[in-house]
Design a protein around this ligand. Structure first.
Ligand code: FA5
Ligand code: MG
Length: 432
């Protein structure tokens, strides 16, 4: 816990500044002998051979590689992957044609295929377990960036993470010579809990590389040319998906693009950030042997777009296997509006404690999620004060609500009891 104080500071930072949270990925698809030789075989074989032994029990198949639970949840002091997260690996919601995320992915493919005559190469099966290098270093994420912290990212070991953005695949695909590509995949982040945040979600990365002849006749410089093209492309995509919709561009910062932007769409009475993008840092192109080119890149949140498109009110619903959810969607149908099948009232429970220096909200959310799973709808700080002795108290309101059934008082009281107990034991805080 030696670094816990700085994580806490980092978290405060990350909540106030607009930028990438945690991200990182390496695919280890061709690292072991039984992997398929598919287009998704991007990897660092030496590293993998060293770190990954062939699983004894094959539980999952990711990007052509079999992975056992103890390859992911390891006896390593840096490992912070809980069972609930392991359970999500390999679900690949984005590859199901009847799932809202699959329908959306296909609709975006259609837009790119039509607008760019099938020029974009598509990847949707790259392994979500990637190296720290791929996730962070290759996209120029500084050594002290908040997203690298154990508080924000799931580490398998000190050199390996569950990717926290699809940008983790950018550099390797560029090195391999791809100039137009889309990468769709599940990404993992330790994060807060509410209706638009979930520790596993899906992103689609897009990259387009330009050659000097593309911009030389335009009369504007290469960077402005790429930025204009990028915005045009994404506005076109938004229109393709939504028709008329209220949207706005916001300037932001990412370590791997400059200038950088976010696109927000007005949804449920609020501006919702749906994607980040920008003109690729020249250093990334240089390292991939494309010093004379310019490129743009974007990373969009599929759940956020799908919530708007299908009127899905809560991000947890994407994981529901309840037929009343799944049966409402069909292949290729974008226009469908989700009809809520249950409106059970939420049940609120508060928990108050004196925090210590190592306390972080992400750690609290992880504890709550570990106990209540998808029954927890939101964890929200409702009171925060520091007394004369310098002790700080936090009160969190936890909303429990199932998307699928009504909960009994007894069940909720038991959950809340367990939360109190584990918050005290695992986070070492003093209950009030
Ligand atoms: C990134 O992850 C950058 N890699 C995006 C990027 C790519 C920028 C290429 C520039 C060039 P960010 O952390 O903002 O950025 O996440 C991108 C999108 O993912 C967000 O706009 C949002 O739509 C979605 N997102 C982020 N966190 C969550 C979450 N916890 N739950 C659901 N969706 C999320
Ligand atoms: Mg963002």
């Amino acid at each position: 816990m030696a670094t816990a104080i700085s994580f806490a500071q980092f978290i405060r930072l990350s909540k106030t500044s607009v930028f990438l949270h945690g991200n990182g990925l390496r695919s280890f698809t061709n690292s072991v002998s039984f992997s398929s030789a598919s287009s998704s075989a991007l990897s660092s074989p030496q590293l993998l051979k060293k770190k990954w032994r062939q699983p004894v029990v094959s539980v999952l198949e990711l990007g052509g590689t079999k992975i056992a639970k103890d390859d992911v949840i390891r006896d390593d002091p840096t490992n912070n992957v809980p069972d609930t997260i392991f359970a999500k690996l390999g679900m690949q919601l984005h590859r199901r044609d009847k799932h809202p995320l699959g329908i959306l992915k296909n609709a975006i493919y259609e837009y790119f295929d039509t607008s760019y005559s099938n020029k974009f190469d598509k990847f949707d099966d790259l392994c979500p377990i990637v190296s720290v290098k791929e996730n962070f270093d290759d996209v120029l994420v500084p050594a002290d960036h908040v997203s690298r912290s154990y508080n924000d990212t799931y580490y398998v070991d000190s050199e390996t993470v569950l990717r926290c953005h699809t940008s983790a695949h950018q550099a390797e695909l560029l090195r391999r010579g791809h100039t137009h590509f889309l990468v769709t995949g599940d990404v993992y982040r330790r994060d807060s809990i509410d209706s638009t945040h979930y520790p596993v979600f899906h992103q689609m990365e897009g990259v387009r590389v330009f050659s000097p002849e593309d911009w030389s006749e335009s009369g504007i410089d290469a960077t402005s040319y790429a930025a204009e093209d990028l915005k045009k492309c994404l506005e076109g995509l938004a229109r393709h998906l939504f028709g008329a919709v209220e949207m706005r561009w916001v300037d932001t910062y990412f370590p791997f693009t400059n200038p950088s932007f976010e696109l927000e769409i007005f949804f449920q009475e609020k501006w919702l950030e749906v994607l980040g993008c920008g003109v690729t840092e020249q250093e990334i192109l240089k390292r991939s042997g494309k010093a004379d080119n310019v490129a743009w890149a974007f990373g969009l949140g599929l759940e956020r777009l799908a919530m708007i498109l299908f009127d899905i009110p809560d991000i947890r619903l994407f994981w529901s296997s309840d037929e009343r959810f799944t049966s409402q969607f069909s292949t290729g149908q974008l226009g469908i509006k989700f009809k809520p099948f249950s409106k059970y009232p939420p049940c609120y429970k508060d928990v108050s404690f004196w925090i210590n220096e190592s306390f972080t909200e992400n750690n609290l959310c992880e504890v709550v999620r570990g106990i209540a799973g998808d029954i927890v709808e939101e964890v929200r700080l409702i009171d925060n004060f520091t007394n004369k002795k310098g002790m700080t108290s936090h009160c969190y309101r936890i909303a429990y609500r199932s998307m699928e059934r009504s909960l009994t008082d007894e069940e909720i009281n038991k959950l809340q009891w367990d939360v109190r107990e584990q918050v005290q034991n695992k986070l070492n805080v003093v209950m009030r």
